[in-house]
Design a protein around this ligand. Sequence first.
Ligand SMILES: [Zn+2]
Ligand SMILES: [Zn+2]
Length: 198
Amino acid sequence: MAEQQEPALPRHPPGFPVPAHLADWLGPLDWVDDSGPYLEGDLICPCGAWWFEFLYPGKTHKVEGWPEPVYPCEVQVPGQPGEYNYVFGVDAVCVACRRQVGVIDSKNSGRCWLGTKPNPRALDRSGSVPWKCSACGSLPHRGRIHYRLLEQEDFLEEFDGVCGIERWGDGFHWIGFTVIQCYACGHRVKNWTGHECD
Ligand SMILES: [Zn+2]
Ligand SMILES: [Zn+2]
């Protein structure tokens, strides 16, 4: 008898609020109610690998009182005068299979862009360089992601006529990295970077 190909199981139950762009890239999620729904999980490539190069716009800044020498920050791009022309993005490139995912895109993802036409990607407009471990200079890291959602009823009210509850996970108002960890030396950077989408 011919063996039947089992369909791949989805990573998360149907209806679970996961941002669509990360649906195949997040492991099991912890769901905490912390001033509204707050979900957190490890970034895992569809191939099963956990190690990534993290691309960011290349600009950094010091954060007073924080332990790392510098952190990624948003960057100015050409645009209309009077407009807010700062963008921020983070992509992850799997070290094992080189698949790439846009984790943060300040011009497309989150609450403020839900239901609008796609814009040119922030990271494509701002250039991208891989993050180097501040302790040893290595590129591969693993990362843990979190995002904050509106309460379900607030989401339905705000996006009435735009979409239904199936896109709840795309209406996050914050997405960020809880921690990244260097593959080579184990150095950890808590709250590496994030983006508010209000
Ligand atoms: Zn992979
Ligand atoms: Zn390192």
